[in-house]
Design a protein around this ligand. Sequence first.
Ligand SMILES: C[S@@+](CC[C@H](N)C(=O)[O-])C[C@H]1O[C@@H](n2cnc3c(N)ncnc32)[C@H](O)[C@@H]1O
Length: 191
Amino acid sequence: MGYELKSARYLAREVILQALLPGDTAVDATMGNGHDTLTLCEAVGPAGHVWAFDVQAQAVEETKKRLREQGMDGRAELIHAGHEHMAEYVKGPVKAVVFNLGWLPGGDHGVTTRWETTRRAVESALDLLAPAGVLVICAYPGHAEGERERQELKAFLSGLPNRRYNVLHQRFLNAGAGAPECFVIQKQNET
Ligand SMILES: C[S@@+](CC[C@H](N)C(=O)[O-])C[C@H]1O[C@@H](n2cnc3c(N)ncnc32)[C@H](O)[C@@H]1O
């Protein structure tokens, strides 16, 4: 099948694959089961580098296993820490930062991303982005904390100066309340 208009995650992946070139650097702010970390590792190739964060040891272990199975474990640094500490670990500038908010599928739903820490991480990500670099965020408003996070995120991103960032908000209008949404932010090239 050719082009498929499918889901917020699918849209996010399309952006990542468009934005990254072999040799680039990227960040997965929410490692989870490692699907996005693997996508980033594939896109940056053997000469690139990926930093990935998660607060749960289970996520780090799952991601380590996934990358090892695909022979990609040398491309990523898996960091067992909150993404709000991103600036302490990541050497910028980076070409892409990915957030897939919410909780670990198959894990503890009590451990979910929260706006207060997400905001600090998004601010760090914006600072770390290279000119023309992209920040891609999937938000899940289907639960109370996810809806609060989505609303705050939308308000925060709406206030970014348009001479420095282009901000896109993608949502499926007929998918019903609580459907995942995708935000794409690109830093402008310096003039
Ligand atoms: C929806 S999952 C991510 C899925 C993942 N991107 C994948 O491809 O499998 C969200 C993850 O965010 C993690 N998380 C929650 N708070 C966090 C924080 N402050 N910093 C980093 N990760 C966090 C959760 O532990 C969970 O694993």
